[in-house]
Design a binder for this molecule. Structure first.
Ligand code: ADP
Ligand code: MG
Length: 370
């Protein structure tokens, strides 16, 4: 019988990194979230060969403090969270300190960063695959950070092959994800480009530094999208007495300051034939402005919409604003899956309020008067 022995440190790092960075979407998501956490107002995402050759995310955020150069790509080093208790009041996207360390293990990776507002000098950081800082060099750089990821999954041949085979589909998913971040991020300019081998760089989409999500939607999907949309502004009271279903558990209360109210704000297609589209990928859900996958909530929205317009899917941009105690982001390494406490009550409330919204919307008003 084989003896039980520990896995080599390097292999553990590679195995675990492959769970944080699972595909192109996770690379882009982690880098864009880091830029937003650094309070960037401009984020430039550059793909080469749809991301197969390289992905660079450049921001004009705070930059990395030289004191953190040594630890920035070490596993579980983060400037954002120091204890498990902090998780419930989390204001940043990042908190695991795993993204940069994982990217070191899975790609050719480097960082360029500068903190000075007016200076034009910055630092390039190169790392070992373990995340240990290997070298620094002085470069010309504006304030902000650029993270460059080349040859993603170069040392995971099966995953690399899979990505090469499906790169168009993966890239499509990446663009949908970027649409979501660009839509929700008011006051941030996004520019996304791709360059194919021997071709010129092509801008895929961009947003201006808009102050409303509506303007962001117009920049991304075209101004013609707007007349078909109605504002989504649902207030859901999740008190036990209002719970529409029998036996519903009470909304979880942690303290007196916990809110039992959930706001669902955003935009949705009018439930009129011709207003919806056949593109369910134009459906974005957020929890406190964090893009996430909410399959049950998505299903509830679509069910209600279908009861008004059988043949089409709505455009949905819905941000659920709720108390940070009312959900858990620490479910999956990519943080896309969010556990909502008392989801059943929430879903019933969403369905009731959404039905009321669609019913109250005067469908006889001509488009031009909206
Ligand atoms: P996390 O986001 O969970 O802290 P990461 O591995 O994504 O972990 O990043 C590690 C640290 O590197 C962050 O805590 C932050 O201090 C720094 N960092 C990463 N990206 C940026 C960026 N674009 N601008 C400024 N600091 C950054
Ligand atoms: Mg991060």
């Amino acid at each position: 019988m084989a003896t039980i022995k520990p896995i080599e440190g390097r292999s553990i790092h590679q195995i675990q990194s492959g769970q944080v960075i699972v595909d192109l979407c996770s690379v882009v998501k982690e880098l864009v979230e880091n830029s937003l956490d650094a309070h960037a107002t401009s984020i430039d995402v550059r793909f080469k060969n749809h991301g197969l050759d390289s992905i660079e995310v450049q921001d004009n955020g705070e930059g990395i403090n030289p004191d953190n150069y040594e630890t920035v790509a070490l596993k579980h080093y983060t400037s954002k969270l120091s204890s498990y208790e902090d998780l419930s009041s989390l204001q940043t996207f990042g908190f695991r300190g795993e993204a940069l360390s994982s990217l070191c293990a899975l790609s050719s990776f480097h960082v360029r960063t500068a903190q000075e507002k007016d200076g034009s000098k910055g630092t390039r950081l190169d790392f070992e695959t373990s995340g240990k800082l290997r070298a620094t060099s002085v470069i010309a750089s504006q304030k902000g950070t650029t993270v460059a990821v080349e040859d993603i999954f170069r040392n995971l041949p099966v995953r690399r092959k899979e990505l090469e085979k499906n790169v168009k589909r993966e890239y499509g998913k990446v663009l949908n994800l970027l649409h979501a971040y660009a839509c929700i991020s008011t006051g941030v300019r996004f520019i996304v480009s791709n360059q194919m081998i021997k071709n010129k760089k092509v801008t895929v989409f961009s947003t201006k530094m808009n102050s409303t999500t509506k303007e962001n939607i117009a920049n991304i999907y075209g101004a013609k999208t707007l007349p078909a949309l109605i504002p989504l502004d649902l207030t859901l009271e999740l008190e036990p007495s209002n719970a529409p279903i029998q036996g519903a558990r009470s909304w979880r209360m942690q303290s007196d300051t916990d809110s039992r109210e959930v706001q669902v704000v955003g935009h949705i297609s009018r439930p009129v034939f011709g207003e919806g589209r056949q593109t369910p990928d134009r459906q974005m859900f957020f929890v406190n402005s964090r893009p996430c996958a909410l399959p049950q909530v998505t299903k509830a929205f679509n069910e209600v919409y279908k009861s008004f317009n059988v043949s089409q899917s709505p455009f949905i941009f819905a941000n659920l604003e709720l108390d940070t105690n009312a959900y858990d982001v620490n479910v999956s390494p990519d943080k896309r899956t969010i556990l909502l406490h008392d989801q059943t009550t929430l879903l019933e409330n969403i369905k009731t309020s959404l039905t009321r919204l669609f019913e109250s919307h005067d469908q006889s008003v001509p488009l031009s008067q909206l």
